[in-house]
Ligand binder design. Structure first.
Ligand code: AKG
Length: 260
């Protein structure tokens, strides 16, 4: 997928772009089915007392779905990452963020580089909609241009205990009225700069789920600032890396991929 110069300018200016029809047809339907099966096998029903991690997140979905793995490792978003991040790319996160009907909990304003501070701060998050998403069923809201202010310090909330308890790293924003909802059709994706402030409301629809496949891509040499600057481990997808542990990471998926 080749970005136009306008799309690259919009990404630089606003901190996000929307890509239409990244996935579609039978491929989208089958991938959604694989994700839903993984979700139902592992997750409990929504509990208003539970954390976001418990209610709304299933990590490492590429370990559980062959179609997600293909899309994460070699789909159109990898080429988008090369154009926005650079020639050396690793996968930094794969997860489902599902707000099924009845999951009414919002997720406050945050930067993805707050939850996982990587250096260089060039990582992108891609959120592919598996359902149509709009204000009623809990689509994302963004604060255009907010990425240009850089990293917000949330390090006081980053202890291991706080993280294990699903720390809330949300922040207050000054110009909430500038926020805009990002409505997506199923198969569209929104790409976020790692400093862009975004949030979502709960799913207030009674008959529509809001399922997102969340994939994060980073420079292949990116390190975890919150973790003694250890290299972020993730599959090397394009180019090269100076870290042998990244080079070796999940090689089994490339060399002998028989799981489904
Ligand atoms: O899925 C959502 O509603 C919000 C997800 C999100 O913003 C994130 O995971 O960074």
């Amino acid at each position: 997928m080749i970005l136009t110069s306008l799309q690259k300018e919009q990404f630089a200016e606003n901190g996000y772009i929307i890509l239409s029809n990244v996935l579609g047809g039978e491929r989208l339907a089958k991938l959604t089915d694989e994700c839903m099966s993984a979700w139902l096998a592992e997750k409990e029903a929504f509990d208003p007392e539970a954390t976001w991690l418990q209610n709304s997140l299933l990590p490492d979905i590429h370990h559980r779905s062959r179609l997600v793995r293909d899309y994460y490792f070699d789909g159109p978003l990898v080429s988008v990452a090369e154009q926005l991040v650079g020639p050396n790319i690793k996968g930094a996160t794969s997860q489902l963020t599902f707000k099924l009907r009845g999951n009414t909990k919002p997720f406050g304003w945050h930067q993805d580089n707050g939850y996982g501070h990587l250096d260089p701060a060039t990582a992108i998050s891609t959120l592919t909609a598996l359902d149509d998403a709009d204000v009623e069923n809990g689509c994302l809201w963004v604060l255009p241009g907010s990425h240009r202010a850089g990293q917000i310090d949330v390090s006081d909330r980053l202890s291991a205990e706080a993280k294990a308890a699903g720390a809330d790293l949300s922040v207050k924003v000054g110009r909430e009225s500038d926020a805009i909802p990002v409505a997506l059709r199923a198969g569209d994706a929104v790409v976020l700069h790692c400093h862009l402030l975004h949030r979502s409301e709960g799913n207030l629809s009674t008959d529509r789920d809001r399922r997102i496949l969340f994939l994060r891509y980073a420079d292949a040499d990116a390190v975890e600032v919150y973790n003694g600057r250890q290299p972020r481990l993730g599959p090397l997808l394009r180019g090269e890396t100076c870290f042998s542990e990244v080079m070796a990471y999940e090689r089994e998926f490339f060399e002998n991929d028989e799981t489904s």
